[in-house]
Design a protein around this ligand. Structure first.
Ligand SMILES: [Zn+2]
Ligand SMILES: [Zn+2]
Length: 342
């Protein structure tokens, strides 16, 4: 099969390797769509030895059809349209049992990115333990399934905690997660304000539902936003991970305001402690989504006649892997996806 590997910093290569075979508790997925995520880009920029020497297949937003089923797998059939929960979780800790699988305290590994990485979805085939499969609903595309598997859930879940209906929501960073948060937040009834230096991304956000957008490179972002919202905004979703965006959070939020921290572009969080304390701001971290929320997301999309693939702007074949990663790395587009039936 064809697959992507990293040959060095910022070097993605498409090459031939052996097809994987499913173990007794696994299925083989024939890929139909696979997204490139910001987390993939962190690895693409600085791949570790597991990706370089180990030739680990990247990609944790896979979706396709089941091509083969392990001997012990029940409840799935060849041809089923599926995506995956890319983190291998224990299923028995107090967090897994209460539905919060995303903060499982006994994580075993991940498909395509992060801790204990297993081969991911930037390949024609991928094996996955059957317990991590999700069915893609018949009324949505397989590509929608790929996007929900990471970035869709990463945008939707913190919004359910922010509950921005009837309020002003700043989305800081309009990459794919920020664009999805714009789409979902506006349908939740928030007045969405987008912030990003890329004019293309601001334009996309306005088409997806942002009321207005701001360019942080055009002047102090706090002043720009406060010209429209003098007291500040109620809620904020930080998807850029940029130090300047973190520092701006207390300037953007009104007293008692709340911010979800999603972006991981930087290793440290630095902002005014005095502003957080005296204005009683609430900040919380958020990491992908609990598996228990998967069905609820599709119901939300149906109710609002939206699809997560609305944020996809570029599709590439696997053989165009170098070009696809270079474009995603430029941070000026919507979602970049691999498409396998081209
Ligand atoms: Zn991701
Ligand atoms: Zn667990």
């Amino acid at each position: 099969m064809r697959a992507i590997r990293y040959a060095g910093e910022r070097q993605a290569v498409c090459y031939e390797r052996a097809d994987p075979r499913p173990a007794a508790n696994e299925v083989l997925i024939q890929m139909k769509a696979a997204g490139i995520c910001g987390s993939d880009l962190h690895v693409y920029r600085h791949p570790g030895p597991d990706f370089l020497e180990g030739q680990r297949v990247p990609g944790h937003e896979p979706a396709g059809v089941i091509a083969e089923i392990g001997a012990e797998v029940r409840g799935w059939s060849v041809g089923d349209r599926v995506t995956t929960y890319f983190r291998q979780v224990c299923g028995t800790c107090e967090y897994c049992r209460s539905g919060h699988t995303n903060v499982c305290i006994n994580r075993r590994g991940s498909y395509g990115v992060g801790l204990g990485t297993l081969d991911g979805g930037h390949a024609e085939y991928m094996v996955v333990e059957a317990q991590y499969l999700f069915k893609v609903p018949d009324d949505f595309s397989v590509e929608d399934g790929a996007i929900v598997a990471c970035q869709g859930g990463t945008a939707y879940y913190p919004l359910t905690r922010l509950a921005p209906s009837g309020e002003v929501l700043v989305v800081s960073g309009l990459g794919p997660v920020g664009l999805l948060a714009t789409l979902f937040g506006s349908r939740m009834g928030a007045e969405v304000v987008g912030i990003d230096p890329s004019p293309q991304r601001r334009d996309l956000a306005e088409r997806l539902g942002a009321q207005r957008t701001f360019d942080p490179s055009a002047g102090p972002i706090g002043e720009q936003v406060r010209a429209h919202y003098p007291v500040g905004v109620h809620k904020l979703l930080e998807a850029s991970g940029a130090p300047a965006a973190h520092a701006a959070i207390p300037e953007l939020l009104r007293p008692l305001g709340m911010a979800a921290l999603v972006g991981l572009g930087n290793t440290e969080l630095k902002l005014s402690l005095g502003a957080v304390v005296h204005r009683e701001l609430v900040l919380f971290g958020t990491s992908i989504f609990p598996a228990s929320q998967y069905q609820e997301m599709w119901e939300f999309f149906r109710r609002h006649t939206i699809a997560p693939s609305q944020v996809v702007t570029h599709r590439f074949g696997l053989e165009q892997g170098a070009e696809a990663f270079q474009l995603a790395d430029r941070a000026t587009t919507g979602k970049v996806c691999f498409a396998f039936d081209r």
